[in-house]
Ligand binder design. Structure first.
Ligand SMILES: Cc1ncc(COP(=O)(O)O)c(C=O)c1O
Length: 339
């Protein structure tokens, strides 16, 4: 591990030493188990394999200048994880088990934590799925909760570069009363063809519209959409988008900077009135968007006129990272230290 070029790690899976597991059987959660295997032995009729009983989370731990390990807003992830489990009728993981498993996974893999200043972090992936065997469509009686960690590089290795996206009109990521608001695997499976199409057309990702009217912006691939309009931060209000913890944090930071925030439906046409546009989420914090193309209408929406990310997006980006790494005070108690 000593020779790792932390600043150039990809955002991808890299083997670490241990993962932490916990089984739900006979109506209760068992003890945490530590494993050094990258594999799970799963029943061929497990509901996680057949009926999509699977949910996950994505979060990060950072090494600070003081050498302390900081985890960002884990309670929010724990809450969303419970809501994802409830949404597809899986056993919910109690917050103490969620936290203990994460803390254990981080500590056991301490040597894989990227150092302060590298821009890299330790990505944490909690996962829950049905392992009980069923053939009829019904919830499993047994579940596996698992946490693995993997070091990931900074999303933008050569500085923040605004990206181009295309509006997707051929398929939907999630239905209005479906599972778009929870973090379950099926949503990601449903988004893959659109994302692949965007990539093959040279775009970084896809902007999904609301499935009912195809009129409003929902999400940007696996991230929330936001825009700056005058002195207001606007972000979509929709029943089919994932409530992003990054977005929620940026809204708070924007308000602290005197920028109002609005959560409301955002029509595609409104894109022409925005000064700054971006995607936000755990992976990149903010990914500024330079261009959005709507191939059906032929409209091209341009932002970042000089090729640079907008000033408000950048201010928010730097502020959030400074809180996550401990460079700046954490006024809202978003960060917990792993001791
Ligand atoms: C579909 C989707 N939307 C939004 C987000 C951003 O959420 P968060 O900021 O909690 O990472 C993610 C990533 O987790 C996502 O997968």
């Amino acid at each position: 591990m000593d020779t790792i070029d932390w600043g150039h790690l990809p955002f991808g899976y890299q083997k670490t030493d241990y993962n932490v597991r916990c089984y739900y059987r006979n109506g209760k959660w068992g003890e945490l188990e530590v494993s050094s295997s990258e594999f799970v032995n799963v029943h061929i009729a497990a509901t996680g394999l057949h009926y999509g009983q699977e949910a996950f989370e994505g979060m990060k731990a950072f090494c600070g200048k003081d050498g302390k390990i900081r985890v960002f807003r884990w309670k929010e992830n724990a809450r969303r994880f419970r809501s994802s489990a409830a949404g597809i009728r899986m056993a919910e993981v109690p917050d103490t088990i969620f936290k203990n498993a994460i803390w254990k996974a981080i500590k056991l893999n301490r040597k894989h934590l990227p150092p302060y200043g590298s821009g890299a972090s330790l990505y944490i992936r909690p996962l829950l799925f049905g392992v009980g065997a069923e053939v009829g469509v019904k919830p499993a009686k047994e579940y596996l909760f698992l946490v693995f960690v993997t070091p990931v590089g900074p999303y933008f290795k050569e500085g923040i570069k605004p990206v181009e996206m295309m509006i997707c009109r051929e398929c939907d990521r999630a239905a209005p009363l479906g599972t778009g608001h929870i973090k379950v695997g099926g949503n990601y499976a449903a988004s893959l063809s659109a994302i692949e199409q965007a990539h093959s057309n040279g775009y970084a990702n896809v902007v999904f519209l609301d499935a009912k009217e195809k009129k409003y912006i929902d999400e940007c691939g696996p991230a929330n959409f936001f825009a700056i309009k005058g002195s207001t931060y606007v972000t979509p209000d929709s029943p089919s988008i994932l409530p992003s913890i990054t977005n929620k944090s940026l809204i708070q930071l924007a308000e602290d900077m005197g920028i109002k925030s609005e959560r409301r439906p955002i029509s595609v046409e409104e894109l022409s009135s925005f000064e700054e546009v971006g995607a936000c989420g755990t992976a990149a914090v903010i990914s500024p968007i330079a261009k959005i193309v709507d191939s059906e209408t032929g409209n091209v929406y341009l932002f970042c006129k000089d090729g640079k990310p907008g000033p408000i997006s950048m201010k928010l980006y730097h502020k959030l990272i400074a809180i996550q790494t401990g460079d700046e005070p954490d006024p809202y108690g978003w960060v917990d230290i792993v001791d």
